[in-house]
Design a protein around this ligand. Structure first.
Ligand code: G6P
Length: 601
């Protein structure tokens, strides 16, 4: 997804802005560029990797902006890369999001004699700014006036020749300020400037900020406002690879730590309860008729897992909706429906759209996210952080484990609040949850076997993943992981469905990977697996520790943690996807065509 970085200070801006672009690399992009401010603007931009971008040396430039672009309007070309400049070259702009009314604005500007050199929606912005500046406005008021004319979602940073100042603003797209010593930063994501400062201010929709070396001043509706300065706990080191070849493998191995963080201080075994610091009104949980989970991608599969946990522990109807398809309808009572947005980034446009529709209908909303200060946290009644730490690999791994675990705690909280989960049952659940970090570690210690299995499977035509109950979302997630990073054809099915169609595709070159643990009705799935085996398919099963392995070609064991065993089995699937992709020398951390955070609908 597109990334913004900007710097104003006392040091040469070029290397700092370039470093910011490198830090934003993980978001996924197809072109990059910078604009450095001196008496003139120096712009360098091109399609391709940040490493290919040559940032010119402009010794006196102590102010600059940069951008990594992921195409939405117009293909990834040098001309379409940001920054975009105005007709006379005095203004440069970087932009994330979409300007929905750009065609009509472009029409007006064309009539007034402005030329366009790109296919982007963004290019209208520098031209509009130039008009305002020509009319005598300064950059701050020009930005203010121009955004009044924009429809859509945007984070924008603008600079002007001859002025060491960045003016930035946001609407439905993230933007954060960093406060350094004699330096100010602006970025779409704190990772961009974390090696320079950890003191940050998350901007709100409609804020306009003027950044100069000594200070950042925030305005809202024309008035100066104070916004809180927070200290980000993550440091730049935590966002580096830490000795692993790929972020993805590092993040798979971070799961025991991530899960400990997720659980830290939240479990009270004596009371058989959890402390999640949520502010449900008195009597709210008891009156709930339904919990809806809205999410995309991996978060959607985590939500499917969680929905079954909620139904089991909390005795409440729980439904899962793909965020882009979601409408609050079906005769539901908004007061008795809790809508949970599950999104690791907190910025996924589809999920934000869904939660806005739910809130618009009057439902109470809750965000389950990994990202402090993200948009979703500002738009929901409550937030529950999954505390997985930064995840750089595009393929979500540790955030899936932490999402399911956080939602399991929520299911206990709701079950206890509704009186549907006894103290003894809650303790049993929480004992299993507490066993998760250790159980995942045991799977990680078995990685060498997964490497062997991955090796044996090279040359397969396709891969099928099957499971029941909690094993079903894990089968879907296992297949998603493999297809994302290896580009192999992989599909997940409810095990019972194999015989209703997919079996036609099964041959000796289609390994079937099955979840056969507790919580996944393994004994029934074994029969479905046998149907594939008789057609020659290699059968790889994940079983509970010490369980019968029958006629499996390969049995992988998980420690006994009850209904959470499929979650642990998923770690085998993550490792399998990783090693298949690695043996094929794929671009694991940045798979083709995919982005970590998708902020367009
Ligand atoms: C993108 C990512 C997926 C992720 C999905 C939802 O498609 O590539 O890995 O699962 O977005 O992201 P979210 O941040 O909302 O969990």
């Amino acid at each position: 997804m597109c990334g913004i970085v900007g710097y104003v200070g006392t040091e040469p801006a070029g290397p700092i802005v370039y470093g910011g672009l490198e830090n934003l690399d993980y978001r996924g992009y197809d072109s990059a560029g910078v604009a450095l401010v001196d008496q003139e603007l120096t712009v360098a931009k091109q399609a391709g990797e940040v490493s290919e971008l040559r940032v010119p040396e402009v010794a006196n430039a102590t102010c600059g902006i940069g951008h990594t672009r992921w195409s939405t309007h117009g293909p990834p070309t040098d001309a379409n890369a940001h920054p975009h400049t105005s007709q006379n070259g005095s203004v440069a702009v970087v932009h994330n999001g979409i300007i929905e009314n750009y065609e009509s604005l472009k029409g007006e500007l064309l009539k007034e004699g402005f030329d366009f050199s790109s296919d982007t929606d963004t290019e209208v912005i520098p031209h509009l700014l130039e008009q305002e500046l020509n009319d005598g406005h300064d950059l701050l008021s020009a930005v203010d006036r121009v955004v009044d004319r924009l429809e859509g979602s945007y984070a924008i940073a603008a600079v002007r020749a001859g002025s060491d100042r960045i003016v930035a603003t946001r609407h439905e797209s993230p933007l954060v300020i960093g406060h350094g010593d004699d330096a100010a930063f602006v970025a779409s994501d704190v990772t961009a400037f974390l090696e320079h400062t950890r003191d940050v201010t998350y901007l709100e929709d409609g804020d306009v900020v003027s950044l100069e070396a000594a200070h950042a001043t925030v305005y809202h509706d024309g008035d100066r406002v104070d916004r809180e300065i927070e200290t980000v706990e993550w440091d730049a080191d935590a966002a580096e690879k830490g000795g692993y070849e790929h972020y993805m493998r590092k993040e798979i191995h971070e799961q025991p730590t991530a899960l400990r963080q997720t659980l830290s201080g939240r479990i009270d075994l004596d009371r058989g309860d959890v402390d999640l610091d949520l502010s449900f009104p008195q009597g709210y949980l008891e009156s709930l008729e339904e919990i809806q989970l809205v999410a995309c991608g991996t978060s959607y599969y985590a939500s499917q897992y969680a929905a079954t946990l909620l139904e089991e522990f909390a005795d409440v109807r729980a439904t899962v909706e793909i965020a882009s398809e979601y409408e609050f309808d079906g005769g539901r009572d908004p007061w008795r429906t809790l809508v949970i947005a599950v999104t690791q980034s907190g910025e996924t446009a589809d999920t934000l759209g869904a939660i806005r529709r739910a809130a618009g209908a009057g439902a109470r909303t809750l965000a389950v996210t990994n990202t402090l200060g993200s948009t979703v946290t500002r738009e929901t009644n409550d937030t529950l952080f999954i505390r997985a730490g930064p995840e750089i690999g595009v393929a979500a791994t540790k955030t899936f484990a932490s999402q399911v675990t956080t939602l399991a705690l929520l299911a206990v909280a709701v079950g206890r609040g509704r009186g549907s989960l006894s103290t003894a049952d809650a303790r049993d659940v929480l004992e299993n949850v507490r066993g998760l970090p250790g159980a995942v570690q045991q799977v990680l210690d078995d990685e060498a076997r997964v490497t062997e299995v991955a090796n044996e499977c090279l040359g397969s035509d396709a891969f099928f993943f099957v499971g029941r109950r909690f094993g079903y979302p894990v089968a879907l997630e296992g297949a998603l992981k493999l297809k994302e990073i290896s580009y192999d054809h992989a599909e997940g099915f409810a095990a019972g469905e194999l015989k209703h169609g997919p079996l036609a595709l099964v041959t000796e070159k289609t390994p079937v990977l099955a979840v056969l643990t507790a919580g996944a009705d393994g004994s029934e799935t074994v029969n479905n697996l046998a149907e594939a085996q008789t057609r020659g398919a290699p059968a790889i099963g994940v079983v509970s520790d010490g369980a019968e392995t029958g006629s499996l070609d390969c049995a992988l064991e998980v420690p006994r943690v009850g209904v959470f065993e499929p979650l642990v089995a998923n770690v085998y699937f993550q490792l399998f996807a990783y090693h298949v992709a690695n043996l094929k020398d794929r671009s694991i951390d940045k798979p083709r065509n995919l982005a970590k955070s998708v902020t367009v609908e």
